[in-house]
Design a protein around this ligand. Sequence first.
Ligand code: PLP
Length: 822
Amino acid sequence: MIQSLLPSQVCEIVQGFLLHGSQEQIINQIIVDSRNVVYPETTLFVALKGAKSDGHDFIEELYKKGVRHFLIRKGSGINIAGKEEGTFIACEDPLSGLQLLAAYQRQLYKNPVVGITGSNGKTIVKEWLGQILGQRFAVAKSPKSYNSQVGVPLSIFGIAQYHQVAVMEAGISKPAEMVKLANMIQASLGIFTNIGTAHEEGFSSQDEKLEEKTKLFEKSKFIVYRKDQVKSARYLEANFEAERLVSWSQEPGATYTLSVKKEIDKSKILLLKPDLSLFTFWVPFTDAASLENVRHAIVAALTLGMEAVEIQEGLDHLKAVDMRLTLKTGPNDSLVIDDTYNNDLAGLRLALDFMAAQRSKKRKVLFLSDMLQVGDAKTVYEEVAELINHHQIDYVFGVGKEIPVLKDKLSEGSVFYPDTESLLANLDQNQFDNDLILVTGARNFGFEKIVNSLQQRIHGTVLEINLNALTHNYNFYKTKLLPDTKVMVMVKAFAYGGGATEIANHLQQLKADYLAVAYTDEGVALREQGITLPIMVLNPMQESFVNLQKFDLEPVVYSPLFFLQLGKFCRNNRLSMKIHLDLDTGMHRLGFEENQVEDLLQLIKDYPELTIASLYTHLVGADEGAHQDYSLEQLELFIRMSAQITENLAYQPLRHALNSAGIIRYPEYQMEMVRLGIGLYGVEVNGKFDQALKPISTLKTTISQIKELKKGETVGYSRKGEMHENGKIATIAIGYADGYDRRFSNGKGIVLLNGHPVPVIGNVCMDMCMIDITGVEAKEGDEVTIYGPGISLKELAQRIGTIPYELLTNISSRVKRVYYLD
Ligand SMILES: *Cc1c(COP(=O)(O)O)cnc(C)c1O
């Protein structure tokens, strides 16, 4: 909610002019995404041009929804006819306009604003600092990683006058961007997280990066940074007055000396203040990155006047940021969205948007606690009611003393309880059936108990899929491509083991252009779950022709015989179909060979029922330098064969040849489309950009039992595992039937237990296996990571002489998949 504006003010702020309409109506919201309309009459829509879409194309639709204010690009040619009640303001560049509006709104806000920048950790520092400050203040926090040229303005519009402090992050990818962010954020306290050594696109040197990033602090009263990061510390100390600098370090000489003592699953942070007073904080992790992030948050909280006890209280409840908004399987095919630690309005809005992006189910159900907002409760709940009705929630379970004020505003069937216990006592699992259930509540309501009771128990082994990492990897490959190159994503084989439906749904939101599956049935399953993207089927069988047609799937045609069969099928049934032609340039698997092109052209002429949507070929060794000559020959042959075909067509099919490895190695051959596979799932097979990708899946299981064994005793079938010393072993709940390869037997496999790599001992059994945990502290029920962050899939594959593809796709369907997103 912004401070109200009149169109005349908007004109002045954005340096634009009124193209048409009235100067009188009040504007209370500013949006850039046509899906986010809640209060149409008082909303200003800013039409931005993105990579994939242009906001100007949505004006018609928004006008129909009742939106009346539009900020558009000068000369965009928007037709006002039929939209006479609208107010249209034009300016040179609506994005700058949006940013100017944000800067204006920011000036009206008088409380402290924390601005965070640096190479890594910004989002986590922001989340954690927000959670800590929340112990005492009403905090406005930019959602997710809204840190960009568009994200920052939207975050600023989310700050309300009752917020006592705001926490924002600023991320840039090229020079000259920070000035714009700094003008909007006007950080009164700055945090510099760190400077990465990695080359960042758009910057020629680290110094240039530092100079640009620290522009965020131009107006800051205090700047928090790490003094033992020598390079950035020197830069800050040379360029900002000493009294503005608040440093921390493990070494003496900084404003705060913070040292760390690690235990198994927690760390003690000792803080020595300049007046020699000493404080101890406990945090629930031991890894270096989290420890750096949390120390930034602690020092910033102290600088903002928090007491040590309040800070510790906040630290006790830190949640790993990645775990926000988890999807879980609920009763009777329902899907539960777990958002149990955040319920300010911004959080609720995000969670409801996330809910809207899920596949539709029978009903939408919301569990909601009192809102922990400071400020005017009445306006807050009015907004909550509007949001709930806008999102067409079927019914609400309200918990708390205040929330019953919503009673009259919500649909019948909504029920209210004074506390979580009384709700739990009355909760009947069987009232849910194929529903989409969002559970969101303030931490002190303990809503995780509701999730626990709704969640289908997951015992033992789970595969966690991080959809943020998927987005990250997708965007990484996008940066390697020209803006207009289309991306087909290979979701064959259950999306490389990750679960085709959820991943396809996420790709649909990322606006991928095409999906590809191996068999018709896989495509049918996606359509039945509401996936609407075009889908190519690599290996359609004759008996599935009916389903191709029925489910709007596009088959690959790879031989003259197959062409003929499909052509006849279409003719007999009076249908037409889009097809894709596989050209064999050297794989020698499926596909038309060069000497079959003449026949192919005749077939194309004979069967106009079949439209050629694309032509493609597949490289046999895109990931290996040794095959470069062969790859280039394949690509050139493909271009020749394609030309020969398209010369004889009245239209231009898409052409595509590159898989993930090919995108990296031969980007000059991207043509109109590429086919992204394993890279999306976090493995860079060339080995060039291993660090740039994020693993999307973590395979985890738990310890069922621990045993002490004596030297010489053996473990498992055939007595293969022998104890060389007295020690202990743990039995974990994963075996070859889950997809844990039997070749990992006898020390070939390594798993991660409480941060320690430990080997498999003995043969892997069908449903379990044993690990040697001698010397590692652990207890029954502890979690064990089979692979994921900290234990690389590529290395594991190498240990048993296979490739990551096989490990990914081997995970059995009995292993539960859990998806999460922040
Ligand atoms: C599986 C597949 C891909 C994707 O390959 P990756 O190496 O996983 O990127 C591309 N094209 C075809 C024809 C495929 O079968």
